[in-house]
Design a protein around this ligand. Structure first.
Ligand code: SF4
Ligand code: MG
Length: 333
């Protein structure tokens, strides 16, 4: 299974009162070709900052990549100019967000907004662009695409708008789609339809997806592999079956315990006590989960746990576990 994206030791800092704080702190992970990778965690865990770093869409003058690499098919995106990124964005990597209304321009028709992406990257005629737009709308399950193409965003439902955003995102058949909470703003029935659509598109276009969500139900449904983030760091990584059946990190265990039952309306993660520490209050050393962890030990405040392998293809950052890297280190001494 070939690697499409390799993020290595990524550090992204945000400026608060003139000082920089790492919102993403030495994060490393891979996305393989044709894989759906889930990134989970509560809000404020650095999931969105991570994806904005990959897209190089961090807010100017506030968010900045301070270290690490973002290798996409052998090119380091972290070092690219905005001009280079303009060629890549939309064409090789696309992104969809939670609220499609804010990403669609209210004053232009749906067709205009799809055509804009096509014209930016392809030399095609007006007529070809319109036909392609209609075909794209059809491919994302929009009925009467020849009518919808001339409508404005406010004339569509939330689910339809997200379908339009997906049509725009896949217009140039990117190799990687980053979907940041793509269904969070939608009602449950529509959520399921959009997820189904994403899965279908992933298969047809043979692309990779990074699916960012706070919803482990969505992960179970969609993903091959999962990365769990807490306070800017990866705390656990495994394939989806391993993570659900054999979670190791206390944070993952709590997340899994907080999965709402199908017929219950529960704020997914509200049953975990406490909150993610804010950037300014992040402890310098030790485990960032220590103040909420039911298994915390004295050493958790003094030693920063490193992400390491605890069994084949299963990485955890917690002092409760001895990693194969530590075992090797001990053997070498
Ligand atoms: Fe809990 Fe300590 Fe493990 Fe952190 S390192 S998750 S505080 S047991
Ligand atoms: Mg977010």
């Amino acid at each position: 299974n070939e690697t499409l994206l390799e993020v290595k030791d990524l550090e992204t800092a945000f400026k608060i009162d003139g000082k920089y704080y790492n919102a993403v702190d030495r994060v490393s992970f891979n996305v393989k070709k044709r894989q759906i990778l889930g990134i989970v965690g509560e809000s404020g865990c650095g999931k969105s900052v991570m994806s904005l770093s990959v897209m190089r869409l961090l807010p100017k003058g506030i968010g900045e990549i301070k270290g690490g690499q973002i290798d996409f098919e052998g090119q380091d995106l972290a070092g690219k100019t905005e001009k280079d990124m303009l060629k890549l964005r939309g064409k090789d990597i696309s992104m969809i967000f939670q609220e499609p209304m804010t990403s669609l321009n209210p004053v232009f028709t749906i067709g205009y907004q799809i055509e804009e992406v096509l014209f930016n990257h392809l030399s095609i005629s007006k007529k070809e662009a319109r036909l392609k737009s209609i075909a794209l709308l059809k491919s994302v399950g929009i009925s009467r695409p020849d009518k919808i193409v001339d409508e404005y965003p406010h004339q569509l439902s939330g689910g339809m708008r997200q379908r339009v955003m997906i049509a725009i995102a896949i217009a140039l058949q990117p190799k990687l789609l980053i979907a940041d909470e793509p269904t969070t703003a939608l009602d449950v029935t529509v959520q399921a339809q959009i997820l189904e659509l994403l899965k279908e598109i992933q298969e047809v276009n043979e692309m990779s997806i990074i699916l960012i969500t706070h919803d482990l139900g969505v992960v179970a449904e969609m993903c091959d592999e999962v990365v769990v983030m807490y306070a800017g760091r990866i705390v656990e990584r495994a394939d989806v079956d391993t993570l659900f059946h054999n979670p190791k990190h206390p944070y993952t265990e709590l997340l899994l315990g907080a999965i709402p039952k199908m017929d219950e309306e529960v704020e997914t993660l509200s049953s975990i006590g406490g909150i993610v520490p804010s950037l300014k209050n992040m402890p310098e050393v030790g485990c960032r989960f220590a103040n909420r962890c039911p298994k915390a030990m004295e050493s958790c405040l003094q030693v920063t746990p490193a992400l390491g392998e605890v069994e084949a293809n299963h990485d955890v950052a917690c002092l409760l576990y001895e990693t194969s890297q530590q075992k090797e280190g001990a053997a070498a001494r």
